[in-house]
Structures are given as structure tokens and as C-alpha cells.
Design a binder for this molecule. Sequence first.
Ligand SMILES: Cc1cc2nc3c(=O)[nH]c(=O)nc-3n(C[C@H](O)[C@H](O)[C@H](O)COP(=O)(O)O)c2cc1C
Ligand code: SF4
Length: 521
Amino acid sequence: MNTPVTIYVPGDASACSLGADRVALAIEAEAARAGRAVRIVRNGSRGLFWLEPLVEVATQAGRVAYGPVAAGDVPKLLAAGMLEGGTHALRLGDIQAHPYLASQQRLTGERLGIVDPASLDDYLAKGGYAGLEAALAMQPLDIVRAITESGLRGRGGAAFPTGIKWQTVHDQRAAQKYITCNADEGDSGTFSDRMLMEGDPFALIEGMTIAGIAVGATQGYIYLRVEYPHAARALARAIVIARARNHLGDNIRGSGKRFDIAVRLGAGAYICGEETSMLESLEGRRGEVRVRPPLPAIKGLFGQPTVVNNVVTLATVPIVLARGAQHYKEFGTGKSRGTIPLQLAGNVKQGGLVERAFGLTVKELVYDYGGGSASGRPVRAVQIGGPLGAYLPASEFDTPLEYEALAAKNALLGHGGVVVFDDHVNMARMARYALEFCAVESCGKCTPCRIGSTRGVELMDRIIAGRADSSRNGAQTADLALLDELCDTMFNGSLCGLGGMTPFPVRSAMKYFPEDFQRPG
Ligand SMILES: Cc1cc2nc3c(=O)[nH]c(=O)nc-3n(C[C@H](O)[C@H](O)[C@H](O)COP(=O)(O)O)c2cc1C
Ligand code: SF4
């Protein structure tokens, strides 16, 4: 039998939704028919979604990519010599040299699409566990200091300094502490957590282990949304391997240190991404927001000191330890240090993952990477930071994607999702949608959110109908003033960010697109 040719066919959910499983089967069948041995690796996605399924063949001259490949293309691809990197209309060559990737600064996502997510050896060969190795040689407090020094802020949405959170948990005296990973990823247009868990699960496991050693926690939980079955499988497999090879368990890498991880599936409610709701859900109760104080860092899971961090935050930790806080800090701008995996989605030609140092402008992201709208029509707006994020019009596209610049515009970066809309979008309908989303997803604990969101939907229905009703001129103005007042109440009076931040999309739509709310003429 000839030496098998290694072929990478992403097992990532986005690639699978575009037919990657069928492509893998077709390659196996066609290679068998041709008497060629192949070894198919189900890697993560590189994050160039318009090219998925993106197949890569390991040749003498390096990896050669083809895409987007359909199962029906496979016979012709093999006939064209794909197994040797042969020429074909779908041949993309070295995908690393593609401008979309070559211009990125991938740190957290540096192994995405490159490693076999089911292989600890592959992870180790590509620099994995260098961070934990460094951490094991340090005092816990020095690990916390390194994270503080790096300037790393939480990537789940609130951008809270990770080192300060860890320090608080470190400083608590308790028989049991916990590391919890928030993998609920409920924001619209976001997928970086999913891609990391599916494509590089050991990075998250390593980051959680370092966090455990730093703060004195021996047990970790990953709270994963049930809609992520590919990620659940990838994590379950990686945890078993890590445990079997002493990278989890009672004697981590021979250090005598103990840390283990379990995955818990949530039922898929947006509010379960809010950290205190997540803790309630982890404890087996309905996902409802807890009143703070006490902070989870002091009294969190099962009443014990608990770190709650997002997937991207934790998967970034090994880089800080392996390369030093200073190295990480050199990326970024102002108080936004390091890189951010931006996720480009919606009506855009080239959607996908763009990891860059903070400071890239919206325009660069939408046009240089995204190539403009998929419909070919002018881009009218982007929503940044999920369903609770502000809408920005084209006139604001020079805004840099970093925390302070966006805050200055009453906007937020959140988890880094950017959703593109063309000029067919009706912004009054988008404002209504934000309020409806809040009404559907509200946990119901506080009045401004539970009642306010429903009243807001009713108001928006009147405002939308009022645009076409000339008898409502005065009433329209009064309804818009009432909507503004309602936003004030929700912003100031809500217990958590769901009710408190719904005014961001509503108010930004009113501010930048008044013509969609007011009566014409
Ligand atoms: C309504 C709501 C939903 C949230 N959803 C998520 C989520 O899906 N994933 C996440 O990591 N953080 C989410 N957060 C933020 C978390 O409450 C928390 O700040 C975060 O998990 C802390 O981790 P980090 O410091 O690493 O960002 C949400 C917050 C709110 C108010
Ligand atoms: S703002 Fe909404 S989701 Fe948050 S606690 Fe109040 S009712 Fe629950």
C-alpha cells in the first residue's frame, strides 16, 4: 500500500453545514477507487467561511488548499492530481498566503485550522502547553501578576480586567474554588468561542488549568450551549485525552498539582450567558440573574470563590504565560491590549474570523476583509457586539474597534461580533427586534426589563404604523419621546445587561437613522 496522503477536511460546524462531511466521505470513496491511501484529518476551520468546505492536502511543498469544495467536485479534483497539489479551478494554493489570513495577527486563533483537534501530540508540536509549563515553574501570585500585567480583559462582553478577577479569587480563603468557562456564546453573529472549542480545544483546557493553578481551584466547568454539538464532542474527546496523558487530573505534567474539567450543557437561553444566571444553571436551577454583591469571585458556584471567564479569554492565557505579558501587551492600543478575534457576519461577501490587534477600523473590517455586502448593495449599518450592541451608520465607519473608542460613541465591542446590513434594512424594525428579543429572553426578575421590553414592542408597533398615518403627526412625536424615556428607565433600572443594554441598539437606531422612525416629509 502506498504512503497515505494527509488531507484536512474541516469538522467545524460551519464547514459541516456547507457539506464538509459529504466531502470527506467522497474523498475517501474516490481515493479508494483510485487505489490511493489517504488519511483524513477533521481540522477546525481557518475562518474563511465563503471558501468552506476548504480542503487542504499535505504535499511535499506544504499544504495546498482547494475551496469551496462540493462532494460532486471530488472525482474531478482527484483526476486533476489534487493529492499532489495539482491544478484545478478550485485550487487556492497556500491558504496562509491568502490576503485575508496573511494580514491577520492570530495569537489566540493561531492554531485554528492547522492542528488536529483530536491530537494532543499535534497540539504539543505546535507550541501547546508551553504556557502551563511556564506557569508550573511560577508562584501562583506571579501567574496572576503576569495576567494583570498583560492587560488582558474579558472577551465575553464586559471587558473586565482578567488579572483583577483572578486576584480576588486568589485572595479568598476557601476549601474549594472553581474555574468556570462561559461557553454560552449567545450573541448574534458570533462564533469565535465555537471555533476555538472545535478547532483547538486543548488551548481552552490549558488556559483553564493555568487559571486553576493561579487561583487555587481544582475543579473547572465549561458551560456550553446545547446548540454546539460539534464543540461538545471535541471538548469531551480532548478532556479524555488530556486526563489519560496527565494534562488533567491529580498529577498535572508530573507536578503533583491537581485540576480537572467537566462539561455541562445549557438548554440555550440567552440569559444563561450572564455570569450569575450561568452559575444558577450550573447548579441545576432555572437561569435567573443573581443580585450582586456578592460577586462570583467571592461567592460564586455552590457559594465558593469562582472565576468566570469567556472561552477566548481563557484560551488566550497560555500565550501570555508562554511568551510573556510584555509580548502580549505590545499588541493593541490604549487600554485595549492584545488581539481580538472579530467575527464578521450578516450581509457580507467574505464573512469569517478576523483576529487583529485592537484598533482596526470598522471600514477596514467590512470592506478590506469583508469585501462589502453580499448583496452588492451599499452597506447602511453594522451592529457591533451582539443583540445588545449599537448600530453604527457608514459615516461612523472610521471608528476603531477598541473598547474606549466605541464607548465614546455609546457603542460597545462586546464579544467582537460585527453584523453587516445593506440599504434594504429598516432600522425601526431593528429597534423593534431588539425590544422583542429582550422580551423573549428576559429572565423576568426585574420590572424595567420584564415589562418595559413588552411595552417597548407595543410602542414600536405604533411608531412603525404611524409613519404611514398622517393623522398621527403629534402622536408620533409623543411616542418617540416615550420610547426615549422607556430606554432611560431600562438603562438605569435593570438588574443586568439584558434589560440595561437593550437601549443601545434602540437609541443608536433612533439617533443615526431618524428617517426610519419619523413621518416622512
Ligand atoms: C445578557 C448577557 C449575556 C451574556 N452572554 C455571555 C456569553 O454568552 N458568553 C460570555 O462569555 N459572556 C456573556 N456575558 C458576559 C458575562 O456576564 C461575563 O461578563 C463573562 O462571562 C465574564 O468572562 P470574561 O471576563 O472572560 O469576559 C453576558 C452578559 C449579559 C448581561
Ligand atoms: S434585566 Fe432582564 S434579564 Fe436581567 S435580571 Fe432583569 S429581568 Fe432578568
